[in-house]
Ligand binder design. Structure first.
Ligand code: B12
Ligand code: SF4
Ligand code: SF4
Length: 373
């Protein structure tokens, strides 16, 4: 006999999910928004979203026979991630890489549900790196409401939710939509440092710091660098200003009180921005294991560190930035030149680099930096 909905919920809570809801296994009217968003080019260089479009719009193409979504969420609210001496990391990436541990949790749940009698055949699931519109499934299942920041916000846990799902061939009784809404609040639209929330529910990824610091390869457009402020990886501004943030049950948990997956990674607690800027390939490969920050790759992390050092006008970082002017990676050289220009544009090394630099984009950055002087 298949397990009852109550048994499924109990097993999922036991497997470590804070919120468990049932809903349709397809995105419904959210699909049209996704298509329009892609057509407007708001995904920038995230081509995988375009490539997965058909499967995203019709999860039957991912796993035939799915009927219901078991929508899952983990509350990861907690203290901000801040490197010693400066540089901020978005909360979702402070602990162990959730793509690993949350995915493992989903697959453990699948095995447990199978043992409890839920037919395995049409079950498929995961988190983030899956061809489904997770916010659409979560909203339709009643995990939370779709907020003006485009976040799914749980009325009981707030916006710091990692979403995951298990799609199943079983017909489960759908939960009602979650109560709550943004009302007249516009705090996230007003606070977004790059005006990436172009209208309520609409995010232009090309302007979002979470895109420019994580997904974008190459140089960050110059006009967005100062707005990056202290953000080394990702951005939490639209969540931090949200009044629903107070609802997180883990908000004030620190140290041993926090689940081990959510405790800060040693990079967050012990590295400095100069360490990140100066790390060689070996150090990157050895020490960035098991963190979601690997998504930005070594080049992106070093670029981001140089940007934040420039924004901090960190004079003590000048020797490392000057050394970076000779780096084999043009993205690091170009961003270092920009950062030096913000700290001390009269440095003779900039003029020397202008003469020897062969890459036209990097040379343009050096000239821009010299112009500041
Ligand atoms: C691509 C992506 C991004 C891109 C684009 C984000 C965006 N807003 O479009 C970038 C890199 C910028 C990004 C940033 C972030 N992301 Co992201 N991202 C994704 C990913 C992989 C795909 C999302 C996608 O397809 N976006 C396209 C847009 C169109 O879809 P959408 O964002 O879901 O937006 C919905 C609305 O536009 C809605 N809609 C708009 N108007 C209307 C009107 C009506 C009537 C209806 C019905 C619907 C509707 O339709 C869409 C579908 O529901 C998902 C994982 C996944 N597989 O779904 C994670 C995901 C959405 N990201 C997540 C997180 C945590 C973040 C960040 C907070 C990370 C950070 N701190 O740096 C930021 C938040 C920025 C923001 N305000 O959105 C979480 C969201 C959790 C939550 N509570 O909502 C997800 C679900 C990953 C996960 N498994 O936890 N992300
Ligand atoms: S994550 Fe930051 S940059 Fe992106 S929409 Fe939110 S506040 Fe704006
Ligand atoms: S800050 Fe205000 S408008 Fe933005 S998501 Fe939160 S409640 Fe909604």
């Amino acid at each position: 006999m298949p397990p009852t909905p109550e048994t499924i919920r109990a097993i999922a809570h036991e497997a470590g999910f804070d919120i468990v809801r049932f809903g349709p296994a397809e995105p419904g009217e959210h699909g049209a928004h996704f298509s329009r968003w892609l057509e407007a080019g708001r995904h920038g260089e995230m081509r995988y979203l375009e490539q997965n479009r058909e499967r995203v719009l019709d999860p039957q193409r991912w796993r035939a026979g799915v009927r219901s979504a078991i929508a899952l969420a983990v509350d990861y609210g907690g203290p901000a991630g801040e490197l010693p001496g400066g540089g901020r990391v978005a909360r979702y990436a402070v602990g162990r890489d959730y793509h690993r541990w949350l995915r493992e949790r989903v697959f453990t749940l699948r095995t447990k549900l199978e043992s409890a009698g839920l037919p395995y055949g049409s079950m498929n699931g995961g988190t983030d790196a899956v061809p489904v519109l997770e916010r659409a499934l979560a909203t339709r299942a009643g995990i939370g409401f779709l907020a003006k920041s485009a976040m799914v916000i749980s009325p009981s846990h707030g916006p710091y939710l990692q979403l995951a799902e298990l799609l199943t061939g079983a017909e489960l009784p759908f939960d009602p939509p979650a109560p709550g809404s943004c009302g007249s609040c516009t705090a996230c639209l007003d606070a977004c440092p790059t005006q990436a929330i172009t209208a309520p529910f609409e995010v232009d990824a090309r302007r979002c710091l979470s895109y420019t610091t994580i997904e974008l390869r190459g140089m960050v457009p110059r006009e967005l660098r100062a707005a990056q402020g202290e953000w080394l990886f990702g951005c939490d501004v639209c969540l931090e200003v949200c009044p629903f943030t107070r609802r997180s049950g883990r908000r004030d948990t620190v140290g041993e009180q926090r689940p081990k997956e959510l405790r800060p990674h040693p990079i967050v607690t012990t590295w400095t921005l100069v360490d990140v800027l100066s790390m060689d390939e070996r150090r990157y490969q050895e020490e960035f294991v098991g963190t979601a920050m690997r998504r930005a790759e070594r080049s992106g992390m070093r670029r981001n560190a140089a940007t934040v050092l420039g924004n901090r006008r960190e004079e003590r970082a000048l020797p490392a930035l000057l050394q970076a002017l000779d780096d084999p990676d043009p993205v690091v050289r170009g961003t270092a030149a920009w950062a030096i220009g913000r700290i001390d544009a009269a440095r003779p090394e900039l003029e020397r680099a202008r003469v020897t630099e062969a890459d036209p984009q990097v040379r343009a950055e050096i000239e821009h930096a010299l112009d500041r002087g």
